[in-house]
Design a protein around this ligand. Structure first.
Ligand SMILES: [Zn+2]
Length: 212
């Protein structure tokens, strides 16, 4: 772990590494951003968005919170989605969860977590929606892993429920929404192959917001 002072030394080394082959790297970076990807992931320090994707500065618009939740009254995540879809015009929206997620683990304990209660409620709601499937899994570790995956799936649905995603998709056929899980044990990214088209069609009856 670098010391506080070491971080600034690391920064100098990073600048040197970026400019060694491209003297104008930062001038170009400062001009504009046109990322193709919006990444919504967990705040967990072990799940580093750009690193695990091998992405460079300017390529991914990132939002992180505890347990990668997309809550419709969270002005923060909703503003991020709105800006990314409407103004940056990203082509892909990724919700990335991870196994061993502390937020998901906490939500599995039926105890008072104080200020975290309303946040964790979103994950407890995912559990309630998928109670039958989850309760059939006897192994607690496997049940925990499955809740991580189902949470990603439900947060993808929450993204698809937003007016801005539906309206731009109707006009341009973009953006599409993807659900991923990062496996901390292997470093592997798993694509859950969320069926974006089918979800969009299925939720229309109740959540269609394409008419103004
Ligand atoms: Zn987490």
């Amino acid at each position: 772990m670098p010391s506080y002072q070491q971080i600034f030394e690391n920064n100098k080394a990073w600048i040197a590494s970026k400019t060694i082959n491209d003297r104008n790297f930062f001038e170009k970076l400062a001009q504009n951003q046109q990322p193709d990807y919006l990444y919504i992931g967990c705040s967990d320090s072990r799940v580093t968005a750009e690193d695990l994707m091998g992405a460079a500065p300017g390529e991914v618009f990132v939002h992180r919170n505890v347990a990668n939740l997309v809550n419709s009254i969270d002005l923060n995540v909703m503003s991020v989605i709105n800006y990314a879809v409407k103004h940056l015009r990203v082509k892909h929206i990724i919700v990335c969860g991870h196994y061993n997620c502390g937020g998901v683990k906490a939500a599995m304990q039926p105890v008072d977590m104080g200020i975290l209660n309303p946040w964790l409620r979103n994950i407890r709601d995912v559990y309630r929606l998928h109670k039958d499937e989850l309760n059939r899994i006897e192994d607690e570790g496997k049940r925990y892993d499955r809740l991580v995956e189902l949470n990603v799936q439900e947060q993808c649905i929450n993204v698809i429920k937003t007016a801005v995603v539906q309206q731009r998709y109707l006009e341009e056929g973009l953006p599409t929404v993807h659900g991923w899980v990062f496996d901390l044990h292997s470093g592997r990214l798993v694509d859950l192959n969320i069926n974006f088209e089918k979800i969009l069609k299925d939720i229309r009856e109740i959540y269609d917001l394409t008419k103004k």
